[in-house]
Design a protein around this ligand. Structure first.
Ligand code: WT7
Length: 647
């Protein structure tokens, strides 16, 4: 499919990469990755320069991924120290608090150095050493960035848990990575409400080792329950700490962070990113995809609890000496104009958000946008899910005024940085397409049934990557076997993304969504298995099957089929109880949108639930249920269809 590009924003003049350069660099990157990445690895500072570049294999039973393996460096030194001589007094972070009437903070690189040094010494004082794990459970406040960089400075491995996750999800992650310290705050203001983060940590730590310590940043000043032997106020320790903390010399392949993400089966997976390759890739994609130039003000609206926040609020921008905005609030507080008020206030030049936010704001009408001066914007970005043309057009017309290229960036927690995106100086845009692979990305389309590569254009299948890139995850925390099985087990020799895709007649890529049992709720990945196990953990539930269905704002909503225990009576009240139960078990993002009672679930004779059918019923699409002849009891389908209309 070719789309008319005439009405779309033209290319950014003077961008880092134009069409000819993209073609040349892309070819070089896949023809000779060693030479290409050997050269681009120099964009960051090394303590001991690498002599080896790429040592990777996707081979069955032997997957290993090493980049720059004999080089040493420190990520915090790259994000801070190396900028001090040239831009010590330049702003590094603009902090915009939840309340628009509270003052914004401008933190210079010099100030950042002091904050991070002090934070690092506080962690050291608590006994944190190189290689130890630290969980960060904080609101979007500058201390979240200080904590990340402090870990990087002393060689500790951070694992951020999004502040919207429940105490249970938090304790699972603390235990999963064996954290020594949890960093939190007394409370997290967001959209005019406060989440009691310290209370959540207190609950979580009931299920963790007694020697896990808790470091508490003061944000709201609220009273919090305290255990003197375990809890420490950050402020009191910081007051005594020196700002001087020499950076630890880290190997390129030492872990930088662990980030838990949902999969199609079992417990969340601890994705491991390492030091050298990750920083090269995060900083290079930040500069090139967003065409970052000196003096630009870059705003990524994600939370640091997600990989987007890691790579494009903290590590990528700061490694590039950029000005990065950290926003504590939500797009609709105090009203639906907040994003645009902040863009005007801080003269944002690049704005990067998720389609779900665009759709939510679109519904409130364009007046919230037009009253602000958005003339500083030069580029817009989208991430998290395919962007529907309606949202794309609204973003383009009302926010970009038809003048800002929109980069639709496809990537994953596992990939560390952008994998496919149009580049603003190189590619005429197609609304809804991720279009072109980034340098070093060898994208292939496979036939999902035969596993054969589908050549040529105008084709559709599953998306795999044939070779490694520096930002790739290295393993799952302490579970390399699961890593190999999850990502390399389906199609031997290839990294399987879990996404379907189409390559159109022009050779541009369109991501068509997950093909596994993962659903994408508001740009966040949710494993259906996780929601199912939360549901069956409730005493009234005998069985549950969860699927995604199209949702006007969230992209996909969570649709649950629930079979109750024989002596339970279905009621609207029980539906609410179950929805709240899942919310408490996992977190607000996992709260079911629809619960449908299911006297029986469609199963094959071998007992496998046929989710394909459940998806169709949830979508209200009964015409194409496909082959139901292998079902043990086809009548359950009729019953589910009959009950569907009552939802
Ligand atoms: C999944 C990864 C790393 C970004 C935040 C989400 C979907 C992401 C796009 C896009 C179509 C997209 C994919 C992917 N996705 N960006 N631009 N177009 N789909 O990270 O939680 O690891 O989820 O999000 O399905 O596999 P994540």
């Amino acid at each position: 499919m070719t789309t008319d590009t005439q009405t779309h924003p033209s290319l950014l003049p003077g961008a880092h990469v134009d069409a000819a350069l993209y073609d040349k660099m892309y070819a070089a990157s896949v023809d000779d990755p060693d030479a290409f990445w050997g050269e681009h690895g120099k964009r960051i500072d090394w303590i001991k320069p690498y002599t080896k570049v790429k040592n990777t294999s996707f081979g069955p039973g032997a997957v290993h991924i090493n980049w720059y393996e004999d080089g040493t460096l420190n990520v915090a030194a790259n994000c801070i120290d190396r900028h001090l001589a040239t831009r010590g007094d330049q702003t590094a972070i603009i902090f915009e608090p939840d309340e628009p009437t509270d003052p914004a903070q401008h933190i210079t690189y010099k100030e950042l150095a002091d904050h991070v040094g002090r934070f690092a010494n506080v962690l050291k004082g608590l006994g944190v050493k190189k290689g130890d794990r630290v969980v960060i459970y904080l609101p979007m406040i500058p201390e979240a960035a200080y904590a990340m960089l402090a870990c990087a400075r002393i060689g500790a491995v951070h694992s951020i848990v999004f502040a919207g996750f429940s105490p249970d999800a938090l304790s699972a992650r603390i235990n999963g990575c064996g954290a020594k310290v949890v960093i939190t705050s007394d409370g997290a203001p967001r959209g005019g409400r406060v989440t009691e983060l310290k209370d959540n940590v207190n609950k979580a730590l009931l299920h963790c080792d007694d020697d896990v310590q808790c470091l508490v940043v003061k944000r709201t000043g609220a009273q919090v329950a305290w255990i003197a032997a375990r809890d420490h106020w950050y402020d009191s320790l910081a007051a005594e700490a020196s700002t001087d903390c020499p950076p630890e010399e880290m190997n390129a392949e030492d872990p930088l962070f662990i980030l838990y993400t949902s999969g199609s089966t079992g417990q969340p997976k601890g994705v491991v990113h390492t030091t050298g390759g990750y920083l090269v890739y995060a900083s290079m994609t930040h500069e090139i995809t967003f065409d970052y130039k000196e003096g630009d003000v870059f705003w990524c609206t994600a939370d640091v609890g997600w990989v987007t926040g890691h790579s494009y609020i903290v590590y990528g921008p700061l490694a590039n000496g950029a000005i990065t905005v950290m926003f504590e609030g939500v797009p609709t507080y105090p009203d639906a104009g907040r994003f645009w008020a902040v863009c005007e206030k801080h003269k944002v030049t690049q704005f990067y958000t998720a389609p779900t936010a665009i759709r939510a704001l679109m519904g409130k009408g364009p007046d919230y946008v037009t009253k602000y001066d958005l003339s500083s914007l030069k580029l817009l970005g989208s991430v998290g899910e395919p962007i529907n043309p309606e949202a794309w057009n609204w973003y383009n017309e009302h926010v970009g005024k038809g003048k800002c290229p929109i980069v639709d960036t496809w990537w994953q927690t596992e990939t560390g940085g952008h994998m496919m995106t149009p580049l603003p100086g190189a590619h005429a845009l197609k609304p809804g397409a991720a279009q072109k692979p980034f340098f070093g990305v060898k994208a292939l389309v496979l036939d999902p049934t035969t596993g054969q590569v589908i050549e040529g254009n105008g084709v559709e299948g599953v998306l795999v990557l044939a070779d490694s890139w520096p930002g790739q995850m290295r393993t799952l925390w302490e579970d390399h076997e699961r890593f190999e099985k999850t990502y390399f087990g389906d199609y031997a020799g290839y990294y399987f993304s879990g996404d379907g895709c189409r390559r159109d007649d022009d050779g541009d890529y369109w991501i068509t969504g997950r093909v596994d049992d993962v659903i994408n709720v508001s740009g966040h990945r949710m494993g259906t298995a996780e929601v199912e196990s939360a549901l069956v953990a409730h005493e009234t539930v005998s069985e549950a099957a969860v699927v995604g269905y199209p949702h006007p704002i969230k992209g996909q909503g969570i649709y649950c089929y629930v079979t109750l225990m024989a002596d339970e009576t279905p009621s609207e009240e029980l539906k609410k109880t179950l929805a709240d139960w899942v919310r408490t078990e996992i977190g607000p993002i996992a709260k079911p949108d629809v619960i449908q009672w299911a006297p029986g679930l469609p199963k094959t004779r071998s007992g496998k639930i046929m989710r394909r059918i459940l998806r169709k019923i949830a979508e209200n699409d009964f015409g194409s249920l496909g082959d139901t002849s292998t079902l043990a009891d086809p009548s359950v389908v009729d019953e589910l269809i009959a009950n569907r209309s009552k939802q």
